[in-house]
Design a protein around this ligand. Structure first.
Ligand code: SF4
Length: 581
């Protein structure tokens, strides 16, 4: 721990900003996502201290060469860690920092004399470890951290950059409204130039439209930390567009409008006055058309959270909103519906946002308006479903309520892009006093398996049937001779594809088969003259013998030539995916 002494203002020549990643209900920051936190913090420093050198680094980069970084950090004036898993999931693009790791890294003897600040959800709400467990108090990280910021990091660090003493800064200070930090937001866009993924295009910036939840008027959902931010604070459309334009100018091409409780209510004059504000479709039209104007060659424009209760109450306004979004976004988009439970008892006990009937109405509307797809493409905008387990009132019947609801969706031929099954983390400050009885861990895992096996597979086959093209997918890991790819975007599909050598840039793929939660894919288009044996073997019905026959054939110039080599009919969806050049 550093002894913090009073004196003249703190000198910030060089700051190390470590991104340990965040995942909270309304903000994701695990690569390829870059959350708002590092951007806003860097902007706060540069607004008040433009000459400060900030070195941004992700925790995955640190892991690769900690000793090298330790040496570089030992001459810094300040080290900031951004971290916080509130709704931890499984990630392919990066591994969030753990509490133990944070303790080890930041306790290094060479860093003892450098002040260290903990920022982000860990500082604000405590350290969530994993679903089903109580979050630890942030104090477990003090030491090695000298200051735990439980207010808004950019506001608190802004004080430091203005020359406040370390021991005088108000660590609990929050912004009064969004306009207070707009300059920070713009200046902070510069930090993306240090992001490891910028040059390859492997970066997606999470964009905030508002913070807080209008349902805080009635206490909000029992498990959620968002109402702790108080009355919603909305940003102006102009401010959001300026931010996106700056990010775009610096090279970012992928955006998710995901930092809000419910995108469909953004711009509502009833925000903060009504539990379910009436949406204002003109605002969404203006926002999305504006984004296309300031970022004309963007590659991804997706959304995230939508409240099913809003759609059920205001179907006409929401229909217009979906139409506006699909006019300007990129297909393969998901409106994540925080349904959480379909058990009326759990819904009531936890003040959840929608009844099963309302959730069904929202899913139907999204299918009806957002379910259309470009030729051989993914559907435009489908619902995603978030389910949460471990809530007060939960019982064995809850599992059956949830499963039957999902089964009914399959029977009604409704599409759901993905079902997110998580266990609640309890944070002090959320309203989960009534512990009551909950289902046992083995019941939870069996239930999850049942959904994965009987619902997910049916859904993925319909969402991405054979022949569907997945554009600009990045290799995220290899598994022997198989590459695991994902395109940028909200809840991207996992694509398994045979590879001989890792591709340097993103690739286009097409679907040939399905696993319960992933796709088997091949490069699009598949060059018939150079396709390998393992490529041909992946096509259902071909098998090793037919694949070998095709591979041995010379001068295949058409589908007919190819058909002559195999004694099974070449599936219709393969025709458009082959290239005979
Ligand atoms: S609707 Fe519920 S889950 Fe969503 S942000 Fe508000 S309180 Fe949280």
């Amino acid at each position: 721990m550093v002894m913090i002494v009073s004196g003249s203002g703190y000198n910030l020549n060089r700051v190390i900003l470590v991104d340990g990643y965040v995942d909270e209900p309304t903000c994701l920051g695990v690569p390829p996502y870059l959350s708002t936190y590092p951007r806003y913090i860097a902007g706060a420093i540069w607004t008040h201290s433009p000459k400060t050198e900030i070195e941004y680094i992700t925790i995955d980069q640190v892991r690769k060469s900690f000793e090298r970084f330790q040496n570089r950090w030992s001459t810094a004036d300040l080290i900031i860690l951004v971290a916080g898993m509130i709704v931890p999931g499984k990630y392919l693009g990066g591994t969030p920092i753990s509490v133990r790791e944070a303790k080890t890294i930041f306790s290094a003897s060479s860093l003892v004399s450098i002040p260290k600040l903990l920022a982000g959800p860990w500082g604000q709400f405590g350290c969530g470890i994993e679903g089903g467990k109580m979050a630890l108090s942030s104090d477990v990280l003090s030491p090695p951290f000298d200051i735990i910021i439980d207010g808004d990091p950019e506001v608190v660090i802004g004080q430091l950059a203005q020359g406040w003493n370390l021991n005088d800064i108000q660590t609990s200070r929050t912004r009064n409204d969004a306009s207070e930090i707009e300059e920070y937001i713009l200046r902070g866009t510069e930090i993306v130039t240090q992001h490891f993924g910028l040059h390859s295009g492997y970066i997606l910036c999470e964009i905030e439209t508002y913070r807080g939840c209008s349902r805080s008027l009635t206490g909000g959902c029992s498990f959620c930390v968002e109402p702790l931010y108080g009355t919603p604070q909305q940003r102006s459309i102009d401010a959001i567009l300026q931010e996106i334009e700056c990010l775009y100018t610096r090279g970012v091409r992928a955006f998710r409008i995901g930092r809000q409780a419910d995108l469909f209510t953004f711009g509502s004059p009833q925000m903060g006055l009504e539990e379910f504000p009436r949406p204002k479709p003109e605002t969404i039209e203006k926002l999305f058309s504006g984004i296309r104007r300031v970022a004309p060659d963007l590659t991804v424009l997706h959304i995230d959270n939508v409240n099913p209760g809003t759609i059920a109450r205001y179907p006409e306004e929401c229909r217009e909103i979906v139409q506006s979004i699909i006019k300007y976004h990129t297909p393969g988009d998901t409106a994540a519906l925080g349904i959480e439970s379909l058990d009326p008892e759990v819904i009531k006990k936890n003040n959840l946002k929608a009844t099963p009937e309302e959730s069904l109405a929202a899913i139907k509307l999204l299918n009806e308006v957002g379910g259309a797809r470009p030729k051989w493409g993914l559907p435009h905008l489908l619902p995603g479903i978030n389910l949460l387990y471990g809530l007060p009132g939960e019982r064995k019947k809850t599992l059956e309520c949830n499963f039957q609801f999902l089964k009914n969706l399959v029977e009604e031929e409704l599409l759901v892009r993905r079902i997110n099954i998580r266990q609640v983390i309890e944070f002090s400050g959320s309203f989960m006093e009534d512990k009551g009885k909950r289902i046992k861990p083995n019941q939870f895992f069996q239930h999850k398996k049942r959904i994965r096996e009987s619902i997910d597979r049916a859904m993925i086959e319909r969402v991405a049937p054979a022949g569907t093209i997945i554009r600009s997918a990045f290799l995220e890991r290899t598994d022997g001779k198989t590459g695991v790819f994902r395109p940028l975007g909200t809840y991207p599909l996992q694509c398994h594809s045979p590879i001989d050598s890792p591709p340097i840039t993103s690739v286009n793929l097409f679907v040939v088969d399905h696993g319960p939660r992933s796709l088997t894919t091949l490069p699009f288009p598949l060059q018939v003259s150079s396709a390998s044996l393992s490529h041909w073997k992946k096509i259902p019905g071909f098998g090793a013998k037919r694949a070998a026959r095709i591979k041995a054939s010379q001068n295949l110039r058409s589908i007919e030539d190819l058909q002559a080599q195999v004694d099974v009919e070449i599936p219709f969806w393969l025709h458009h995916a082959l290239s005979f050049e």
